[in-house]
Write a protein that binds this ligand. Structure first.
Ligand SMILES: [Zn+2]
Length: 269
């Protein structure tokens, strides 16, 4: 199955195509996920499969709506592993250490910088990658101040905040929960088996404001939390809509200011 956006994936390009596309105005997407148990109803790759499909949908929309605008998009090959040490008690969790993950992201960013790519959007699909992505990005930003590194850190919390009417329980939250299961139903329905989804589990935690660094098997017996049985493809479409709009809006704003922000653009009105 070949999509229009396929030509923006580095793994599909040859050297001539790559040379046409990488420059200081290129926008590179780094996709990071995990390989871990998401309950009986979702695949181990859910955390990278969703960003991978999301970026395709974003690019498809850009291509359709703005074919006159020659954006130089480069989607890097997906990084399928992440920091999953909090899921390590479940079967076949393949986890990188924090130090490894920081270095992987740093090395990828560094490689982009040495190829003159200065505009980067990280699409993250997994909570354990939030801290390493920030550490890596800040280190590289320190080394290459002219680089712009942005990150969609936590789409699964964002979609509930942006549109609380979409979800019935716990703002859609949960690992393999209402939002995550719906998202997978929208992009890879062939990999979702809702008949195996566990009953609703809302972790019993004392506070939403003070974070406990739990291990996941302290929260649930199933590898999944939230309310996956309430997932629907329609909710998944709503999620895609929210995220696609948000990413396109970000790119539009950045492009209109030549990827400058803050004091680099006028701050007087
Ligand atoms: Zn995850």
């Amino acid at each position: 199955m070949s999509k229009v956006s396929d030509k923006f994936f580095l793994e599909n390009m040859n050297a001539i195509e790559v040379n046409k596309i990488h420059n200081s105005k290129s926008i590179a997407f780094i996709l990071i996920g995990s390989c871990e148990n998401h309950g009986n109803h979702l695949p181990f790759g859910a955390d990278f499969l969703f960003p991978l499909n999301l970026v395709q949908l974003v690019l498809d929309r850009i291509i359709k709506s703005k074919s006159d605008k020659a954006h130089n998009f480069i989607v890097l090959p997906v990084i399928p592993y992440g920091v999953s040490i909090h899921h390590i008690d479940y079967e076949m969790t393949i986890s990188l250490r924090f130090s490894t993950m920081i270095r992987v992201i740093e090395d990828v960013l560094n490689s982009l910088a040495t190829n003159d790519v200065r505009r980067v959007i990280i699409l993250n699909g997994h909570d354990g990658n939030i801290a390493p992505a920030e550490t890596a990005a800040r280190n590289i930003k320190n080394k290459y101040p002219e680089m712009v590194i942005a990150c969609l850190e936590s789409w699964w919390t964002l979609v509930g905040q942006k549109n609380n009417n979409t979800f019935n329980v716990w703002s859609g939250l949960g690992h393999g929960g209402e939002a995550e299961t719906s998202a997978m139903m929208a992009v890879r329905p062939d990999l979702v088996d809702l008949s195996l989804a566990p009953e609703q589990t809302i972790p019993n935690l004392p506070s939403e404001d003070i974070r406990i660094y739990w291990k996941f098997n302290e929260l649930t017996k199933t590898g999944s939390t939230g309310a996956p049985r309430l997932a629907t493809p329609q909710k998944g479409e709503a999620i895609i809509n929210i995220l696609t709009n948000l990413i396109l809006d970000f790119i539009d704003k950045m492009e209109s200011n030549n990827w400058k922000y803050g004091t680099a653009i006028s701050n007087t009105k």
